[in-house]
Design a protein. Sequence first.
Length: 185
Amino acid sequence: MEVHPKLIALCIRQDRKAEYELYRISYSYLMSICMRYSRDRDSASESLNMGYMKILSNLKSYKPEIPFKAWIRRIMINTLIDEYRKNRRESERVKYVDQYFDTSTYSDVNEALGRIDVQQIYEQINKLPEATKNVFNLFVIDGFSHKEIAEMLDISEGTSKWHLNAARQKLKEEIENTVFSRVQR
């Protein structure tokens, strides 16, 4: 994604064609971020539009020495975190079920693992409880520290670590379920 400084200058002057061009250029990048934090495409689109409005309204504060892509990424993630905070009041009920697997089928695991695609992993991440999914995305995908995540989500570092561990455990279980169901076929 390459954004020319002249396009940014036109957007600051509220040139509608330039704003549309910036939206067109940044859409797929920003939407990919929103999809990681949203349950469905509609809520991702809604978040994208809110984030894009924040990008446009804050363009005057953009400093050219900062990569534009990193700058808009940060605004979009902050927008998604703000949305999460608004919706956090709804209580989530998390129920993890321990599952035990027969170890005799592990010999076929490598072959089955090779058949898992990215979309299946993405779907499993999307099934995680909202808070757990957000911590997982922020830590694993976006590279934030537990301290940064704790500040963003208004939780303790320990809670952030717990959510990450819970996400890893749940994803491991789901991948094992997928793998073993393929092995047994």
